[in-house]
Design a protein around this ligand. Sequence first.
Ligand code: C2O
Ligand code: CU
Ligand code: CU
Length: 546
Amino acid sequence: MSMYSRRQFLSGAGALGAATACPGIWAATVAQSGLSSDEILRLETQAAGFSNPLRLPGSSGLFGVLPATDFKEVHVVRSEIEVLPGQRTPILAYAVESRGKKFLNPALLARRGDEMRVKLINHIDQPTVIHWHGLSVDSRNDGNGLNVVAPGQSMDYAFALQDRSSMYWYHPHAHGYIPQQAYHGLASLLFVEDDDEAALRKELALALGESEIPLVLQDKEFDAQGRLQYAPSAAQSFGGWVGNRLMVNLTERPRLKAGRRIVRFRILNGSNARSYRLAFLQDGKALGFYLAGTDGGLLAQPLRIDQTFLSPGQRLDVLVDFREANPTRPVTLASLPFDPMHQEGGHDMATMDHSQHGATQGAAALAAMAMEGDARALMRIDLAPSSTPYDRRLPARLSSLSAPVEPAGAARRIQLGHDGKGHWTINGGVYDHTAVPLTVQRGARETWRIENAERSMPHPMHLHGFSFRVLERLGSPAPVRSLAGARGLLPQDQGVVDTLQVWPGESVRIAIDFSHPHQGDQDYVFHCHTLEHAEAGMMMRYAVKA
Ligand code: C2O
Ligand code: CU
Ligand code: CU
């Protein structure tokens, strides 16, 4: 049996080489994915019972929208919110006050070029620090965890937002505490806008919270009192913790009302370890949609697709034209079934647990891991006639993003693996905050070839300090290859990214431009965004010499 055929999900062979040369259209379809219309209808039936109104960014409170320049202090606090209807859930949160309004985990809004000046004040009993995920700030402001804020202490951030328009995010980065703190609520969004962004908003008449909807995907576990549970076994501390309750914007079983128009979804996978295979479903079929952007902003042109993977840390900018849908029936946002490819991790975990806690728990851990990749409905979308006539069309061009230029010179080889003793490794090394195994020169243009072991797990590798471009994927497992086009690239590989899913057996070449406007040497990290993997060693410091 092939290592990828443990589950029945894709008939890869039929789809191999199916990518067409037709610009803007990706060839692989859900039909080719081997998913039957019965399976799709089952997901739609699941979603039919969803009735909790999706939590949307308002003008204050949890997830409220706040200009990034309109506040001076962020307080890391313990708080309580209603996540499950009728229950109070203790959480960790970023608390902000601005112009007499209180915010928890505000969705920050900035214009490219804005200066952010903010003091982080730590009121909890653990060290913490904010990392601005995806922003190209200097290493002092990056919050990479080399300096952390002790309980009762504070830290000042001051930096310019120089990045392309996109949805970035912020979350804790004190090594040893990252998974727990992120899981308990510390994470939110940061939107940067530029001219391309303003043009798109105008052309499609988009309004944040109405026709432009941020979606933060997370998986949680609760006890009977509604308290969040985070208690990974030894196996899950290595393999990645996966929760069974799926949340969108901290809303379980959510329902959204959308107009019959083009709706924009800005999607973040804010889960510790769970990946999703996203599709919009209706009447037993997948509705096609457009990929408009990735981690680091808009693509040159929208790409028509009907499904996409989304790994921890990654973002997608997606346009769905609900005029193509049947207005009398809801649309379901779902995660389609896939093989999470945990086989080798699973093997390690089984043996680890065997030695430490006995075989039964090992088996239970494996069963828990197997939940990832199951078909799950995420959200029900009810279509309503648009209040005003809507005749907008998708623009042919979204930005002036050019094709990546392949750097001259040999590629730097980055090998992902594990040491057989419960640690994940990068080039054979386990994270050591005192060691800098890799140094690059400021302004260098480098190719990195990131190779994942054949018997491994997927690793969403994230680079601090610089976004990058994807040049080529080789050795992709069949379910990934079936979604790929020229040079093995997936639709989201066409964009600017900061987090790259590297599947088992893959070798992915990326181009990084280490130019930056900051003073002096810079110190960053490169790590897996499966947060438990980073804790279990899969993180590496690197320096940029001025
Ligand atoms: Cu979003 Cu170093 O991480
Ligand atoms: Cu980051
Ligand atoms: Cu990993």
